[in-house]
Design a protein around this ligand. Structure first.
Ligand code: DSN
Length: 428
């Protein structure tokens, strides 16, 4: 661990050794293991410093220049910097950096654009969608009439003709494009064409691929969508948090009392949140500055190279991948082709120091707690410094342990391989 990090922790250790030790323990776990959970990443020490700053002390309900409490001059500057950097990074007309997380960003969009009972067309969770895209267990599924679209059985790709047919039949208020487990590109232009044809808003949740979009390595939804949400902690490599980007004009209500940007802002505050987390907003600003740097594009190129390299190894080792491969940072491996369930695969990899998550696959006949697949992503290992060679070697190790889970010699060799890689590419 870097000396600066120890220094920051010294006070905490004196005051609360229990929590300090647990933070050490978790940092050590992150250091000694390999993170392949597709939604996770490692932030820079600059982001950590902003997160641990006295900005957490301040209440600042409202927006820059229009707050409900005094003393927000500096906070206004910080939030404005974050907004302007995000606008520059994504070429967005309007940005709200206050959502505490992705779910809160999505909640605010629904609040701004729809009423309970309205119809929403969104990707099915089983096909790769997200909990907040209409799962019956989530407010989105409880409050709205959700029409799910999936992927084709033969290609496991989103079928835009199915999306168009469902949109024409059900006339949704919102069409939602976005995913948490889809290894391919989405056609945002066609989504927008369909939304325009049926008079719906196009809402894109780009959380997983925001870093790839910021660096033009994935189709850009910003020109086409009315509203885009993201988290800032996945491929974007910032602090845990959310953000909303939108057009200023409300295409479906051009003469309304509020424009789209105003509707989104008031849906975040006071609509669904109170005081913003300004320490987190400062950390978002740091992340945007890092993402505007040319080195960030190189990083994202390596994210894609590493993901493709791993996918090719899994295929050559006999695994079936959803859609046959990947075009982004994530890979869905059908581990039943190796005679395992997702739960066991996750557990076996965890035992050798590799974190992944079990994942439902399209048309999965198994249960969510023990589905057919695991989901892997290359964002975090690439932050550590992995190149293609390392990724290929790691994928071979993963295939080896999953194909022979009872072989303790292979398991020990995998643990040694993970230890060597974490030593070669240390964090914090
Ligand atoms: N939990 C995140 C993921 O893993 O994709 C999405 O919220």
């Amino acid at each position: 661990m870097h000396a600066t990090y120890y220094k920051t922790m010294k006070n905490l250790h004196d005051i609360d050794p229990t929590i300090a030790n647990l933070i050490f323990k978790e940092t050590q776990r992150q250091r000694d293991g390999l993170e392949l959970i597709a939604s996770e990443n490692y932030v820079s020490e600059a982001v950590l410093q902003a997160l641990g700053s006295p900005l957490t002390n301040k209440y600042s309900e409202g927006y820059p220049g229009k707050r409900y409490y005094a003393g927000n001059q500096v906070i206004d500057e910080i939030e404005t910097v974050a907004i302007e950097r995000a606008k520059k990074l994504f070429h967005a007309e309007h940005v709200n950096v206050q959502p505490h997380a992705g779910a809160q960003a999505n909640f605010a969009v629904y609040l701004a654009l729809a009423k309970p009972g309205d119809t929403i067309l969104a990707m099915d969770l089983g096909a790769g969608g997200h909990l907040t895209h209409g799962s019956p267990a989530n407010f989105s599924g409880k409050w709205f009439h959700i029409i799910p679209y999936g992927v084709r059985r033969d290609t496991e790709l989103v079928d835009m003709e199915e999306v168009r047919a469902l949109a024409k039949k059900h006339k949704p208020k919102i069409i939602l494009a976005g995913f948490s487990a889809y290894p391919r590109k989405l056609d945002f232009k066609t989504f927008a064409d369909i939304a325009h044809e049926v008079g719906a808003y196009l809402f894109v949740d780009m959380a997983h691929v925001a870093g790839l979009i910021a660096t033009q390595l994935y189709p850009d939804p910003i020109p086409y969508a009315d509203v885009v949400t993201t988290t800032t902690h996945k491929t974007l490599r910032g602090p845990r948090g959310g953000m909303i980007l939108c057009k200023i004009t409300d295409r479906l209500d051009p003469d309304g009392k509020k424009n789209l940007a105003q509707k989104i802002d008031s849906a975040v505050f006071p609509g669904s949140q109170g005081g913003p987390l300004e320490h987190c907003i400062a950390a978002k600003a740091v992340c945007f500055e890092e993402a505007l740097h040319p080195a960030f594009k190189k990083y994202q190129e390596h994210v894609l190279e590493n993901s493709k390299a791993m996918a090719e190894v899994f295929i050559s080792e006999g695994a079936r991948l959803v859609s046959g491969g990947t075009e982004n940072h994530l890979i869905l491996v059908d581990v039943t082709t190796w005679g395992l369930g997702g739960k066991d695969a996750e557990h076996i990899l965890d035992e050798v120091g590799i974190s992944t998550n079990k994942n439902m696959l399209p048309f999965d006949e198994r249960k969510p707690m023990d589905p057919s697949g695991i989901r892997l992503g290359s964002a975090a290992i690439t932050t550590r410094g992995f190149n293609c060679e390392d990724s290929i070697a790691l994928a071979k190790t993963i295939a080896t342990v999953l194909k022979s889970p009872a072989d303790t010699i292979k398991k020990t060799a995998a643990q040694e391989h993970v230890a060597a890689l974490t030593k070669k590419y240390p964090i914090y």
